[in-house]
Write a protein that binds this ligand. Structure first.
Ligand code: ADP
Length: 428
């Protein structure tokens, strides 16, 4: 419409221009011959046409340039959009969280690989939410977001084979510009391990407070007795003081072991590896424990070959051996013995701590490395044990890249085996 008007205006302008031109030409040159007049008219018309054509061509090429630019911009915008889509796609595919997006009619818009594996689905070509899961908490979680339009978090338990998997489902409304809920985004996170660790942590705390409360109760009771006049009873007051001292020692050992264990578990223990003579490390451990072995009348025998060396952190290796040899003494019989030996294979140095003590029955064997696990609670406490010694042994050995095991024949003794990798086969 606009263009048509422009053409009409341009034509009228041309007609007007030529009329004025013809009039001016006749007025100025009344005697001009027809031929000359035509020649002049042709020249003038040519010049005007040339000027107009030039303008038109310029305008046209500017339009073409603009068109080109806008095409270029469009192409760029499309490329950017494609890159964003690919990026989004790869994020959705690679995240550990399972993602499911549904629309208002519970139709599946998206389900990623993680959701498929977390929910143990065999295929991905589902159409509606109920096809994916008939699990009421899952369905309810999605539907409640559709009706209420608010974010929510739900704990979901699903069975995978013989195992139970615990998931946290976080649901959020999907809104476009008009603020109406168009669908729901659900993110599934596997919290099985987290809950397991949380229950271990709670059990550990319960154990710790129980273990601390027992000696503390004893200390408080005996102190009160002494304060209430027990001090005047010379013979008994010494006995009470000894009990208080023993319990305070036990608490100190416990606190030391707990902080040691938490440091190791937090990975805060820095090991400094050296090539050590295992024979001399064992001798030193034996020297330190000589008063204990005398008290329990137990013989200590170092059967580690003199030339046997091991690459380990000296202080931590000593700690491992002290815990094992101390147990081997404590749980021995009078006139019993503790033998430490070692052998080296291509990959490992194997240290064996054997005793001739009471031994451990098979049902307890697999559990003695657990924190606070004791075969005979009363006996362990009486011997000043914390129930953490073997847990520390296991963790320290693992921090060295090795492992700890135990064999036993009840009534005949135990053999604790520490396997440490030869460092050539392990990058340090
Ligand atoms: P504790 O402080 O009680 O010694 P540990 O973690 O060192 O704690 O050991 C856990 C339990 O394993 C002990 O209470 C004991 O019942 C058993 N145990 C450990 N070493 C021996 C051993 N050499 N002989 C028999 N029982 C042992």
């Amino acid at each position: 419409m606009k263009e048509k008007r422009q053409i009409v205006v341009a034509t009228l302008a041309m007609v007007a221009l030529f009329t004025v031109y013809e009039w001016a030409k006749t007025a100025i040159f009344p005697d001009m011959s027809v031929t000359t007049s035509h020649v002049i008219t042709i020249i003038v018309a040519g010049v005007i046409t040339a000027i107009i054509s030039r303008q038109v061509i310029k305008r046209q090429s500017r339009l073409i340039d603009e068109q080109k630019n806008s095409n270029e911009r469009l192409r760029e915008a499309l490329a950017t959009a494609e890159r964003s889509t690919n990026l989004l796609q790869s994020i959705i595919t690679s995240v550990d969280e399972g993602l499911i997006i549904i629309d208002r009619n519970q139709r599946i818009l998206l389900i990623n690989d993680a959701a498929q594996s977390l929910l143990n689905l065999r295929r991905k070509d589902f159409e509606r939410l109920p096809d994916i899961s008939r699990d009421p908490p899952i369905i309810e979680a999605f539907l409640s977001v559709l009706t209420k339009g608010e974010r929510a978090s739900t704990r979901v338990e699903i069975t995978v084979g013989i195992n139970k998997r615990i998931l946290r489902l976080q649901t959020a409304p999907l809104r476009f510009s008009d603020q109406q809920v168009e669908g729901v985004v659900g993110a599934f996170i596997d919290i099985t391990q987290l809950e397991r660790l949380e229950s271990i942590r709670q059990a550990f705390l319960a154990n710790v407070s129980h273990e601390l409360r027992t000696p503390l109760t004893s200390i408080t009771a005996y102190t009160e007795t002494l304060l209430d006049g027990g001090l005047n009873d010379q013979a008994n007051s010494l006995r009470f003081l000894n009990t208080i001292h023993r319990n305070a020692e036990r608490m100190r050992n416990l606190v030391n072991d707990i902080s040691e264990l938490s440091l190791i578990e937090a990975g805060a223990v820095q090991l400094s590896f050296d090539r050590l003579s295992l024979h001399s490390v064992v001798s030193e451990v034996f020297n330190g424990l000589a008063p204990r072995s005398e008290k329990y009348q137990v013989q200590l025998r170092n059967e580690v070959p003199e030339d046997c060396s091991v690459i380990a952190d000296r202080r931590r290796l000593e700690q491992i051996l002290i815990n094992l040899v101390d147990n081997a003494i404590k749980f021995n019989k009078p006139q019993g013995e503790v033998i430490v030996g070692a052998s080296i294979t291509e990959e490992q140095t194997i240290i064996r701590v054997r005793d001739s003590g009471v031994g451990i029955s098979p049902e307890h064997l697999s559990r003695v490395f657990e924190r606070f696990y004791r075969v005979d609670k009363a006996r362990s406490r009486e011997l000043g044990g914390t129930g953490l010694g073997l847990a520390i042994v296991k963790h320290l050995t693992r921090a060295h890249g090795g492992d700890a095991e135990v064999n036993s024949t009840i009534g005949q003794g135990c053999e604790f085996i520490i396997k440490l990798p030869n460092r050539d086969s392990l990058a340090i």
